[in-house]
Design a protein around this ligand. Structure first.
Ligand code: NAP
Ligand code: SF4
Length: 679
């Protein structure tokens, strides 16, 4: 065992697979990065994975690669020429640390492939698929199996240590397993034995092709979250069958992409699903991988101590911090840049059609060759004004490069808007980001001056070489008659509970903050993100009895809000359309279940003692209210910038002070890091 990792004895225990050994139990799970199809993608992936290998993981699974043309929208691996490209990745990883294993994920997306040639056991269109798939003929089924085996052979040729075959999530293999997507009456459909034949045959053929000394991982939908999805005895029998065919490791997955249950978003409690892996682990002999919302070493250690799994998979946390495992081993947990499960720069990009993935808290993720933080050629004295996300990010990168940074903020604590976000139920992970930045300021000796309002004269007198204005935003005050009425309050006062909120409330503005405020004021009891039982009740999951899919026939139990809330916007678009692609629907569903009324097409006329007078889609309406909360976006706060400009001092603007419209932390941090990388 790595002596330094003794705080996490289970995480740092090696795992013997017979013919090979994993140096620890930390796995970097598969994530599509978008680099597979990018220019110089293989060089960039080589750098991306090698950085994670140096960062201490025991094993890496690549993003999904299709075994043939019909199996994927992006990259495929079916020829020796393609295998040669992958050698760049495997060589870089093994050069970084010869003990680290890297496996290729073979992903045949079946009906989710965005091409007309997509295939499936039956012509059943997925709710999230683009085309109705072509039904595979008997020969077609045989071809797909042969292509899986060929892809595995090419992975071996490319120098991978193994392959993971994904049998979950709505991709090809899982559509054979589930009744609603497999309507066949031949030997590939009908009875359970027939429906699982394809998965078992793929494993058998792959093992026969690659030989015994090649890691073979099968990813199983241990709880697929589908109404009428897999029954528990089917999950167990599939796990036993693939084990019998020579799988070395089984990895548990908890989703179909179209299932209406969040499984990785920030409102999901940490390690919420590992208990399911623990149950399956009792049924099979091979090591089990668990995953989902395991983002810190102690969470991983606890999962392993409970006996829920043998290996812990962390995918997004490795985007956020490539050195997570190394820092755990060296007792530097407080330096871990924790994944906050926001999905904003990773999965929202993948599923929103933006190819390239990165990370909100670490813009270097997937940009390792392009965004670097080299030591500064000439250390400067830099003043950063504003300790919100952009100011912190700028100060951090500039200071780690060797500049001498002074960070000013009038507030008593660092964090800016993050101090609002962390108070919203389901967004508790923002505490981690603030802990990380506080530690980075300390580590890189940033001179942090809180409770300090600076003016232009002070900055000029300070003799700084560079002044960075990260003063952020000020909430927009919409021009509505009666906006100064005592019943009207701003979102900052509402979130910080500085002003009372009554029983009948209208929220003006349904952007990210309008939704956050609605969540905060309709929430009762313990945050579901902190309690697995409450989470399970709210989303209708039965962990104990495991009906089909874990959800079949289970009612959602969401406590209705004890106040009447209207969430309003002027646009006629559906309310919540601007929220994150992979998480927006969860917020809409939760608020709807609590009885929040979401209204679009609202024209605000007047606020007076009787309430809010408005036109809703042209119809006059009076909302009798106790409180109106304004969440109508922001304006840049540039007073200091204007003063300095007038005094002829050159400054750099970052974050909300630069551009407030549709600002989010992703853009603010990204911009700040890129600017600080060049100073
Ligand atoms: P926002 O997303 O720009 O939303 C502002 C809302 O106010 C919109 O619904 C807009 O809708 C309304 N509005 C704008 N001007 C108005 C006016 N003059 N009068 C009345 N209503 C007006 O801003 P935000 O909600 O303050 O969020 C700020 C940023 O933080 C956003 O970029 C957001 O993505 C980010 N954020 C993200 C999350 C998240 O969970 N991802 C959470 C919080 C914040 P109409 O114009 O249709 O009325
Ligand atoms: Fe995690 Fe958000 Fe970064 Fe994705 S973008 S890796 S969810 S912190």
């Amino acid at each position: 065992m790595n002596q330094q990792g003794s705080r996490y004895p289970r995480l740092f225990a090696p795992l013997d697979l017979g013919f090979t050994r994993l140096k620890n139990r930390a796995l970097m799970g598969s994530m599509h990065t978008g680099l597979e199809e990018a220019e110089n993608g293989f060089e960039r992936m080589a750098a991306f994975f090698a950085e994670r290998a140096r960062g201490g993981v025991g094993m890496i699974i690549t993003g999904g690669i299709a075994p043939n043309e019909e199996g994927g929208t992006g990259a495929k691996l079916s020829t020796p020429e393609e295998a040669l490209q992958h050698r760049k990745i495997t060589q870089a990883v093994h050069a970084a640390d010869p003990e680290v294993k890297i496996c290729l994920q073979i992903l045949h997306s079946g009906p989710l492939v965005a091409k007309e040639i997509c295939v499936a056991p039956s012509p059943v269109k997925s709710r999230i698929g683009r085309f109705k798939p072509n039904e595979l003929t008997e020969e077609g089924v045989e071809k797909q199996i042969a292509d899986f085996a060929n892809c595995a052979a090419m992975a071996k040729l490319a120098g991978y240590d193994g392959v993971e075959i994904i049998g979950s999530a709505g991709y090809l293999i899982s559509t054979f397993l589930v009744q609603k997507t497999n309507l066949r009456t031949d030997r590939w459909g009908g009875s359970w034995e027939n429906r699982m034949r394809f998965a078992v045959e793929v494993i058998r053929r792959v093992r026969a092709t690659v030989g015994p000394e090649f890691i073979l991982v099968f990813r199983i939908a241990a709880m697929d979250m589908l109404e009428n999805g897999l029954a528990w005895d089917e999950v167990v029998s599939l796990a036993k069958a693939v084990e019998a065919e020579g799988v070395n490791i089984i990895s548990t997955h908890f989703c179909w992409h179209e299932a209406p249950v969040p499984t990785i978003a920030t409102m999901v409690p940490r390690a919420a699903f590992t208990q399911v892996t623990g149950r399956l682990r009792k049924e099979v002999g091979v090591p089990m991988i668990t995953s989902n919302r395991i983002n810190m070493p102690q969470v991983a250690e606890d999962v392993l101590s409970r006996g829920d799994a043998d290996i812990v998979s962390m995918a997004r946390p490795m985007l956020a911090d490539p050195e997570l495992v190394l820092k755990a081993a060296q007792g530097r947990e407080d330096e871990i840049n924790t994944c906050i499960a926001c999905n904003q720069a990773c999965l929202d990009h993948t599923f929103g059609g933006r190819k390239q993935v990165s990370c909100l808290v670490n813009p270097r993720a997937c940009n390792e060759t392009l965004l670097q933080y080299p030591p500064a050629a000439r250390p400067l004295r830099i003043a950063v004004v504003g300790a919100g996300p952009s100011g912190l990010a700028y100060a951090h990168v500039a200071a780690l490069r060797g500049h001498r940074v002074t960070l000013f903020d009038a507030a008593a604590e660092i964090g800016g808007q993050f101090n609002l976000a962390k108070r919203v139920p389901g967004k508790e992970e923002f505490h981690e980001t603030l802990r990380y930045y506080a530690r980075m300021m300390e580590l890189h000796q940033v001179d942090v001056r809180l409770g300090t309002s600076v003016n232009a004269a002070m900055l000029v007198a300070g003799g700084f070489d560079q002044v960075v204005i990260a003063t952020g935003i000020t909430p927009r005050k919409p021009e509505i008659e009666g906006i100064d009425h005592p019943m009207v309050i701003g979102y900052i006062d509402a979130i910080l509970e500085r002003k009372p909120v009554g029983r009948r409330v209208a929220i003006i503005g349904a952007g990210g903050i309008g939704f956050d405020v609605a969540e905060l004021i309709t929430h009762a009891g313990k945050s579901a993100s902190l309690d697995i039982e409450v989470f399970a009740q709210e989303w209708g999951i039965d962990f104990r009895n495991h009906p089909r899919g874990g959800v079949t026939g289970v009612e959602r139990r969401v406590a209705a809000a004890d106040r009447l809330v209207y969430l309003m916007q002027r646009k006629i678009d559906p309310v919540g359309k601007t929220l994150g692609r992979t998480t927006g629907w969860t917020h809409r569903a939760t608020l709807a279940a609590r009885g929040v009324q979401m209204l679009n097409g609202v024209e605000y006329l007047r606020i007076d003692d009787s309430g809010l007078h408005a036109l809703v889609n042209g119809e006059p309406r009076l909302f009798e209210l106790d409180t109106v909360i304004v969440c109508a976006g922001q304006m840049p706060l540039r007073t200091l910038y204007d003063e300095l400009s007038a005094a002829g001092v050159a400054t750099t603007l970052v974050g909300g002070a630069f551009e407030a419209a549709e600002l989010d932390a992703k853009r603010a941090i990204d911009q700040a890091c890129r600017l600080a990388a060049q100073v």
